[in-house]
Design a protein around this ligand. Structure first.
Ligand code: ATP
Ligand code: MG
Length: 139
């Protein structure tokens, strides 16, 4: 059970809690963990060279987020792998879960958005709606 865990990480405190949960489960179940970070898709009306530059910038920022995530698991002797993908977010997270044949997705209830009142952000709602494996939503 829970041998292949996908955790969605955007750098928010909620996603940090999700990553900590993933690490705890991976220790208990000896699981492989995929930390997924998605950067926004750049499909603006830009020239090719501008687009290339924008994607490179976003990729570099995404690498920074993944590097920061390592602080939460580097001390553990776990099999943790990283996936950096272009958005849209929910689709990218679901595609990693499918490709890796995950048996659990872990994510935060919310991310960075400051909208009060809503229990779930749009990314967690979409993933919950379409996932083909159990989803753990961490508060
Ligand atoms: P919204 O984005 O809908 O305005 P929000 O930012 O509060 O609201 P979500 O984006 O749905 O909420 O975030 C919920 C969880 O989804 C996060 O804790 C994280 O686990 C995951 N998530 C969100 N964005 C990303 C991303 N870019 N890459 C990886 N995981 C993400
Ligand atoms: Mg968000």
């Amino acid at each position: 059970m829970f041998k292949k865990i996908v955790v969605a990480y955007d750098g928010s405190d909620h996603s940090k809690a999700a990553l900590e949960q993933a690490v705890a489960l991976a220790v208990a179940f000896d699981s492989i963990v995929w930390v997924v970070h998605v950067y926004p898709r750049a499909f603006d009306l830009l020239s090719y060279s501008e687009l290339e530059r924008l994607v490179a910038q976003r990729e570099a920022k995404g690498q920074d987020v993944l590097r920061e995530a390592r602080q939460h698991y580097s001390t553990q002797s776990l099999d943790v792998r990283e996936e950096l993908l272009e958005g849209p977010e929910a689709e990218a997270i679901l595609s990693v879960a499918d490709t890796r044949d995950a048996d659990l997705i872990i994510m935060g209830t919310r991310g960075f958005s400051a909208l009060q009142g809503l229990l779930l952000g749009s990314v967690s709602q979409k993933v919950l709606h379409h996932a083909r494996c159990p989803v753990m939503v961490v508060r």
